[in-house]
Design a protein around this ligand. Sequence first.
Ligand SMILES: [Zn+2]
Length: 78
Amino acid sequence: MQKSRWGSCSAKGNLNFNCLLVLMPPEVLDSVVVHELVHRHHMNHSRAFFDEVISIYPEYKKWDKWLKKNGGVFLARH
Ligand SMILES: [Zn+2]
């Protein structure tokens, strides 16, 4: 069970996603998928990482904010 993240990307490039994401708006899942895919290029949260995320998914910030605001309801862990 993933405790702290909605998705993860291992050093080998394997992607894992929290199954609760399927209950959310599809845009949220898209934003998490893009986030993890970009970690294949940048294993950090640098400026370059976010520049690439936003170039792929311009609405990323909107849905990241949504997830931060509403995600706790799904996880009940905050
Ligand atoms: Zn990340």
